[in-house]
Design a protein around this ligand. Structure first.
Ligand SMILES: N[C@@H](CCC(=O)N[C@@H](CS)C(=O)NCC(=O)O)C(=O)O
Length: 184
């Protein structure tokens, strides 16, 4: 099985971390969306990462869909996201903040770092950054309430993985987050 995309992408990274946690062996082909887009499109015509090539050649795309596939296989006891019930509703909601923070951080990063000089829209950059900050602050407040316990339930799961990946990505790519001290 092969995971396509670089771990700098928070979407690729949350899949990679989850596969490790589920003890599922895979290799990584670190293709860049900037320099390897034609190669990525050979795996997925949408040209996005992550894409996951299964052993039978089938290609799955979109981190949430990929993670759902493995959770279904793992079964309720091992799944990283509750498969049903009220816990699932709460998990999906927290996850939407973590994944939303990734999306807004990616948008801010592209606005600031990927546009030609003179075409950067500062107000939009700040808007995206504020949205990412809002979502991360909510998760941070939740963690402060939970203390040593995971964000949901009693064992580390997808909400924790995605929250940490989102937080790390913001620290790595947005200067305003570089010095931020969040709940340990
Ligand atoms: N909803 C998708 C988002 C994936 C995504 O936006 N990946 C970015 C890299 S961080 C990408 O491939 N960007 C290139 C593009 O969209 O053209 C997921 O969860 O997998």
């Amino acid at each position: 099985m092969k995971l396509i995309g670089r771990y700098l992408s928070p979407f690729v990274r949350r899949v990679g971390v989850s596969l490790h946690l589920l003890d599922i062996p895979f290799t990584n082909e670190p293709l860049s969306v900037l320099t390897d887009s034609l190669k990525i499109r050979e795996y997925s015509p949408l040209g996005r990462v992550p894409a996951l090539v299964l052993d039978d050649g089938q290609v799955l795309i979109d981190s949430s869909a990929i993670l759902d596939y493995f959770d279904q296989q793992a079964g309720a006891e091992r799944a990283l996201l509750p498969l049903s019930g009220t816990d699932r509703i709460e998990a999906m909601n927290l996850l939407a903040f973590a994944v939303g923070a990734c999306e807004k951080t990616v948008a801010a990063y592209y606005e600031r770092d990927r546009r030609p000089e003179g075409l950067v829209w500062d107000d939009w950059y700040r808007h995206c950054e504020d949205q990412a900050r809002g979502a991360l602050a909510l998760l941070d407040a939740r963690q402060a309430e939970r203390g040593e316990r995971p964000l949901l339930g009693e064992r580390m799961g997808q909400v924790d993985i995605s929250a940490v990946v989102a937080y790390d990505f913001a620290r790595l790519t947005l200067p305003a987050f570089a010095q931020t001290q969040w709940t340990d």
